[in-house]
Design a protein around this ligand. Structure first.
Ligand code: PLP
Length: 299
């Protein structure tokens, strides 16, 4: 990759210190990095809009919590923030403020040979698929998942951490796309009574009549989403009643609208579930929810 589409990459020292820009045409990870060999590390994905990082403090908090859950050394968040500011300044200088970017922080257990963690951040263009999903909405396939059905697993599983282990989510999306659906919602159990967990890379938010919003209770198998959290704060300020509650597939069908929310895509309305269309809430309703999300994460 070269020219104006090349990502901006900065490599960080794992314990603080200098940062350096890396030439995106050259490799920088070693073959024995735990990110490569085990997916043993954590990451955060942020939206950069108008030269500003959206929702940065929620992401920073989750990043530190994820690192702790995986036994990584505590990240120096001021150091990550200043590296990000430098990368965003470079992005704006090279692409202009109008160009949205996806910023990813990655922190892994690093090389087996040295035992030192690896840390880097990237800025890339927002993908075509994410842009299209904002505009067009998504058809969704529900897929059962039940990683934590054994309660004793909670003692050791890094629940609530945003780890690099996304092979399962990517397989689920490939499966959905082979079935003619765009996205996935994971459930515990099957059928209409199945408990809704989360999207493959998103949080499920359901809008009900009388200004109510619901999301599955975060924790366990449900990653606490920064976009959903910011949305609920903003919505509550505007008089909505927002709650995390156990939700079923039947609740999704009965909702006024259902959304997959995440940092870069922001919001994609679920237009069908397992092949059955969900009711169209109308353009005015869609615009209102979208505006709330955009205001929430860019505030
Ligand atoms: N749940 C999962 C499994 C995710 O991968 C993501 C984002 O990538 C989310 C939820 C949404 O989180 P956020 O709003 O912080 O981007």
């Amino acid at each position: 990759m070269a020219g104006s589409t090349a990502p901006i990459i900065f490599i960080l020292e794992p314990f603080g210190g200098s940062i350096r820009r890396h030439n995106a045409s050259l490799p920088f990870l070693f073959w024995d990095d735990a990110a490569v060999t085990r997916g043993d590390g954590v990451f955060e994905t942020f939206l950069v809009r108008g030269g500003r990082v959206c929702n940065q403090e929620r992401h920073a908090r989750r990043f530190a919590a994820s690192a702790r859950a995986l036994g990584l050394p505590e990240p120096d968040l001021d150091y990550w923030r200043s590296a990000t500011a430098e990368a965003v300044a470079a992005w704006v200088a090279e692409r202009g403020e109008e160009a949205e970017a996806q910023c990813v922080w990655t922190y892994s257990h690093g090389r087996a040979a040295t035992g030192f963690p690896s840390a880097w951040l990237t800025l890339t263009e927002v993908g075509q698929r994410q842009r299209a999903q904002r505009e067009e909405g998504v058809s969704v396939l529900t897929l059962p998942r039940g990683l934590l059905l054994n309660p004793q697993a909670r003692d050791w599983m890094p629940a609530g951490a945003k780890t690099l282990g996304y092979a399962e989510a990517m397989s689920a999306l490939r499966h959905a796309r082979s079935q003619g659906c765009e996205e996935v919602i994971f459930t515990e159990g099957t059928g209409e009574d199945a408990r809704v967990l989360e999207g493959a890379t998103s949080t499920v938010v359901l809008v009900k009549k009388n200004s109510k919003m619901r999301t599955p209770v975060p924790g366990g198998e449900v990653l606490p989403g920064t976009t959903q959290e910011a949305l609920f704060h903003a919505a509550q300020r505007s008089g909505w009643r927002c709650k995390a509650k156990d939700l079923t597939v039947a609740d999704l069908r009965a909702a006024q609208s259902v959304w997959l929310v995440s940092s870069v895509r922001l919001a994609a309305r679920v237009i069908s579930l397992d092949g059955a269309p969900l009711p169209d809430p109308g353009r005015g309703h869609e615009r209102e929810i979208r505006a709330l999300i955009e205001e929430a994460v860019t505030a």
